[in-house]
Design a protein around this ligand. Structure first.
Ligand code: URA
Length: 188
């Protein structure tokens, strides 16, 4: 039996498994439909997410919401989370020990939600879910099927803020997600 999201929420409540607990304001577990068939995994909370306790509510999240709106995807039909649940200071990449301490939570979230499609937002999500042999530049936009789940690696939304080309590719990758969801009769 997989743990429910509520059980995971209780386990993580006072988490002090890594040093990020000392600087966080809020733990950011995830947001959205706990029965979603499409899950998105980012890197870790930024300043806005740390303040609000919700993933992707800052600049990068707003850009992602803009893409969802344009593509007819309702964010409420998805479940969104991150590899680490507490903000790395100065928005640096999460460190190895922090990821190791936290990765069990996202693994349990995947088991609990049981999605058919997982969108991996950026290198940190890709390499920590599927393995360090995967490179984001060569993997993005291509389906990887593993243990009955279809994974779509794409750019991290923060990367789109700096690069128009990546914005177009991100959009195209989400189109592929929609096509697959249509094929699988998944609501979005
Ligand atoms: N970047 C992430 O990877 N996750 C968030 O929740 C916000 C910004």
């Amino acid at each position: 039996m997989s743990e429910s999201i509520n059980e995971i929420k209780k386990q993580i409540e006072n988490c002090n498994k890594c040093k990020l607990c000392k600087t966080r304001t809020n733990i950011v577990l995830g947001d959205g439909d706990i029965n979603a068939k499409i899950m998105l995994i980012g890197e870790g909370p930024g300043a806005d997410e740390d303040k609000e306790g919700l993933p992707f509510v800052g600049k990068a999240g707003k850009l992602m919401n803009f893409a969802f709106d344009g593509l007819g995807i309702n964010r409420k039909n998805l479940y969104i989370t991150n590899i680490v649940k507490c903000r790395p200071p100065q928005n640096r990449d999460p460190e190895k020990d922090e990821i190791e301490a936290c990765i069990g939570y996202v693994e349990n979230q995947i088991k609990s939600i049981n999605p058919k499609i997982i969108v991996l937002l950026g290198k940190i999500a890709l390499q920590n879910i599927l393995g360090s042999e995967y490179k984001i530049t060569s993997s993005r936009g291509k389906w990887i099927e593993k243990d009955g789940i279809f994974y779509m690696p794409t750019w991290h939304p923060a990367a789109l803020l700096r690069d128009e080309n990546k914005k177009i590719q991100f959009w195209q990758d989400l189109e592929l997600v929609k096509d697959k969801a249509d094929e699988m009769k998944i609501n979005y």
